[in-house]
Ligand binder design. Structure first.
Ligand SMILES: NC(=O)c1ccc[n+]([C@@H]2O[C@H](COP(=O)([O-])OP(=O)(O)OC[C@H]3O[C@@H](n4cnc5c(N)ncnc54)[C@H](O)[C@@H]3O)[C@@H](O)[C@H]2O)c1
Length: 344
């Protein structure tokens, strides 16, 4: 399998490259960057044979089997579509795109061409997610009617990259970190159908401060929400609350978790615990300490390669699921913008 990487930045170098290289028979043959010097230095530093700035030239010369899209969110759509048109399987970083219509087109083209399109929602590959998904499918929680997703930081406006640019990223904490918890929750629950979403968003800290525990930023360039809180009503009657923030006055430094409440038991994902109540007493049905090793990045990329090689395993975040998640993100933003609920 010959792999080409589009967007030789941080995630490409620290997550994609090592995890392709640890899969026998896979070779990273080329990297593309908008800027020539960046492409060349990435290739040199990582002993990659070829560096490009022209996408068409890279695709036609290298004829890769796989393309990894690691560019800023705004460019995912174009890079995924071009790679699919060149008959490559594609692993695209999250979020799928900026607009749901784009994620739909990406999925439609991958299906039409019979190619694998996957998104790097690596939290799906945590041990906790795997165990909880199985327990939920076995019915241990019963009917899940309330879910609470948290992707919160007290002081975590990223001081690097493009995370505060609305144009390049499409949004703030919802599209950057909340989206991981949305994907995990829907994956664990088997993608229940959505009836309506409602959200409120705020810009109370980002444009007024310039420093936090994730570095410094220019408040004049802060364009995205710093918090978004929303609710998602499901067609099965269930309710999901989602709380996301880059900066929020709260006690803990951060909170990344999903809590589920069913009519038989409840569960928390990180750390994984399943519990119920017996006559007023808390009863723990299952618990697991933190995993010794965090293998989710490797599993996400290796499962994608297995799938490209013909595996029937369905753990990857595929194009259709990416479209569902993107619809939710877009609807939450739209609801917050217009101050009304959105019916899906
Ligand atoms: N799965 C995760 O948990 C996770 C973590 C971090 C980042 N990401 C995602 O990865 C993507 C990249 O993030 P990053 O942190 O690596 O950013 P980065 O800024 O470090 O890297 C992006 C690279 O793309 C290049 N680039 C920009 N526009 C381009 C274009 N039009 N054509 C070719 N190259 C272009 C930039 O020069 C840069 O080298 C984002 O979509 C982000 O959401 C995902």
């Amino acid at each position: 399998m010959r792999v080409a990487i589009i967007g030789g930045g941080d995630v490409a170098e620290t997550k994609h490259l090592p995890n392709y290289r640890s899969y026998e028979g896979v070779e990273v043959v080329a990297v593309l960057n908008r800027r020539g010097e960046k492409a060349c230095s990435f290739a040199e530093r990582n002993q990659i044979a070829h560096a490009y700035t022209d996408l068409e030239e890279m695709l036609s010369t290298e004829k890769p089997d796989i393309v990894s899209v690691c560019t800023p969110n705004k460019h995912h759509y174009h890079h995924v579509m071009e790679a699919l048109k060149a008959n490559c399987h594609v692993l695209c970083e999250k979020p799928p795109s900026i607009a749901a219509s784009e994620a739909k087109e990406m999925n439609d083209l991958a299906k039409e061409k019979g190619l694998v399109l996957a998104y790097n929602f690596q939290h799906r590959f945590s041990e906790e997610t795997a165990i909880l998904r199985n327990k939920v499918q076995e019915g241990m929680l019963g009917d899940i009617y309330y879910t609470k997703l948290s992707a919160l930081r007290r002081s975590g406006v990223p001081g690097w990259g493009n995370f505060i640019s609305k144009d390049l990223q499409g949004g703030g904490p919802l599209i950057d970190i909340g989206i991981h918890m949305l994907d995990s929750a829907f994956f664990i629950m088997g993608f229940p159908e959505v009836k309506k979403v409602t959200a409120n968003m705020f810009q109370k800290i980002g444009p007024y401060k310039s420093e936090g525990s994730f570095g410094t930023w220019n408040p004049d360039q802060y364009e995205v929400e710093d918090s978004l809180f929303g609710s998602i009503e499901l067609k099965n009657g269930g309710l999901i609350h989602i709380d996301t923030s880059f900066a929020l006055h709260m006690k803990q430094a951060k909170k990344l978790n999903i809590e589920f409440a069913g009519d038989q038991a409840g569960a928390s994902l990180y750390p994984l615990e399943i519990y119920t109540d017996e006559n007023g007493e808390l009863v723990t049905l299952f618990e697991k300490g933190p995993a010794d090793t965090d293998d989710r990045e490797r599993l996400s990329i290796h499962s994608f390669i297995h799938k490209c090689l013909g595996s029937q395993e369905e753990w990857i975040a595929n194009g259709a699921e990416g479209y569902e998640i993107q619809k939710l993100v877009e609807s939450l933003y739209r609801s917050a913008e217009i101050g009304e609920s959105i019916y899906l």
